[in-house]
Design a protein around this ligand. Sequence first.
Ligand code: SAH
Ligand code: SF4
Length: 366
Amino acid sequence: MSTDIAQILRKKELAREDIIRLLQVKGEEQEALLDAAYRVKAEYVGKYTYFRGLIEFSNICSKDCFYCGIRRGNKKVQPYVLSDEEVMQAVRYSAEKDWGSVVIQAGERSDTAFIERIDSLIKQIKAFPGKELGITLSLGDQDEATYRRWFASGAHRYLLRIESANPELYTKLHPCDARHDFQRRLDSLKLLQKCDYHTGTGVMIGLPSQTYDDLAGDLLFIRDMDIDMIGMGPYIEHEDTPLYKYRDTLMPLQERFELALRMTAVLRLLMKDVNIAAATALQAIHPHGRERALRAGANVIMPNLTPVKYHGDYSLYLNKPTVNEETDAYVRGLEAHIHAAGDEIGYGTWGDPVHYKTRTGKEINK
Ligand code: SAH
Ligand code: SF4
């Protein structure tokens, strides 16, 4: 290992240049980076992986992000919305398995019917007999009244990726209108913190024209915004999106995968007590990609509990996995890989991010 990498890894504070250097290491230097991140994880949040049952509630979206397969402009998408029974089946499975939390994710809608439907689901999940599950939402930009309403009904975490913290790059990824405005996304994140949510964000890695400097900026943004939970994964092209035309300019998928691991590791060095989710997109590149991220400092996995018949319709990117994760055989395999990575599984707890307590002084359910 070169002396400068060993020196950087010993530093208490990483400068932008250090981060850019770490994001490019390979081979044994990358292994040293990942090991350092895993040691920080073990010390600050423990060698635990928390499960959250992921429910992809609906693929109907009012937005038109240039990278995403379920964008409004993709007329090939077969719209679906899960029934209450389908949602509660996934909730029941999470409860039976003693996973502490579920995530409700969907395309963005802000009409009254949608807001009320989500509100009703939150209340039903909270009332699930014998088990109070933690609820994470990932439903895009909403107004303050909606965030507050869902929080009052029992949701306490919210994931809203900034996608790229560089406003110029962000603008290239979205239509130029008020709904897709960078400032709106940023304001939403701040609103979520103001409304007391455990606040999550993240970025895509390996986007067209994205540089190492951009990625270092993303990590520093996450640190400076005092974010509690992070989900970031490789950008993967989708043929029915405007960005597909840049596919020949992208890093090979395998490199995007390795870079995503290094981003995870550097983030863990920068933010020692946050929760980091192993992105589903890692699994589209490697069947056990998510488990690899645990060694790099991630501590959350979100097994997909959406009924299998809808998987093909929630196609954000190419090769999004369509395996049925709601089977005991699958879960046993996942658990075996997690143990092999060195972690225990955090059963029976919400697995809240320690950072929320550090940031707000409020109690958490860990
Ligand atoms: N509509 C909500 C939540 C669903 S999309 C929202 O946008 O916040 C969830 C995440 O999927 C997005 O934040 C984006 O980072 C990711 N995503 C979308 N298209 C992708 C692609 N082509 N490759 C990788 N991730 C993608
Ligand atoms: Fe809709 Fe989210 Fe996809 Fe953008 S990323 S098109 S908001 S589902």
